[in-house]
Design a protein around this ligand. Sequence first.
Ligand code: SAH
Length: 237
Amino acid sequence: MSDIQEFSFSTIGIVHSCYRQKFGIPRQPGLVTQATARIELLPPFNRLDTLEGLESFSHIWVHFIFHACLQDSWKAKVRPPRLGGKVKMGVFATRATHRPNPIGLSVVKLGNIYQDEKKVFIELHGADLLDGTPVIDIKPYLPYVDSITDAKGGFAPISTVTKKVFFSTQAEEECTAYQKKTGREIRILIEQIVAQDPRPAYLVKKEDKEHGMQLWDINIKWKVCGDYFEILRLEEK
Ligand code: SAH
């Protein structure tokens, strides 16, 4: 048996994404298909030859570090949001971000791979990654082994979309203006994110609370109105 107990890895790339804070990021990849992100490969890995052949796959596995949790400790039992924050499960039975080795794993749709001057980029669709996330590995998704159609989903058997999302007149206008200015399809992005109900369990009871969530340079204000969510306004930072 090997007695090596510690390993050190280099960051091969860094994520640039619309998600500028943890709150609002979907709890898994693929749920918010409109989310755009790209990995920028870092030297000495910023070479297109490291990616040769990858373009023939539709999806990739991205291994990354939960870098925004590095200051925090982990607990053996955690409360998965899926169970309403009421029940505790073992950390290794969950996808919790606070874990002994803060490594994340997401399967994401692959977009274009391209070079811009000396920089090499990999576009991702539907990623659940914070801006600035360090990437430690990329592998192709292999449907013939990775897709297990009769797999059991434990306490998270299906995706849960909760409430409908409506936009105030002000928010509609601000989305249109932002889209015109930046070319970013922010309205559909906001709708998909809020429909996932990003609120942690302890906030679900506070019906009147106004929530703020940052996408790019914009702070989106929204709240719960009975059985739907309302997007109130977009505030420039
Ligand atoms: N699909 C991954 C991540 C699941 S947890 C996995 O299974 O390992 C998803 C949450 O990770 C998101 O809601 C977001 O809040 C958080 N997250 C994403 N990137 C992060 C980062 N760089 N640091 C800390 N938390 C991050």
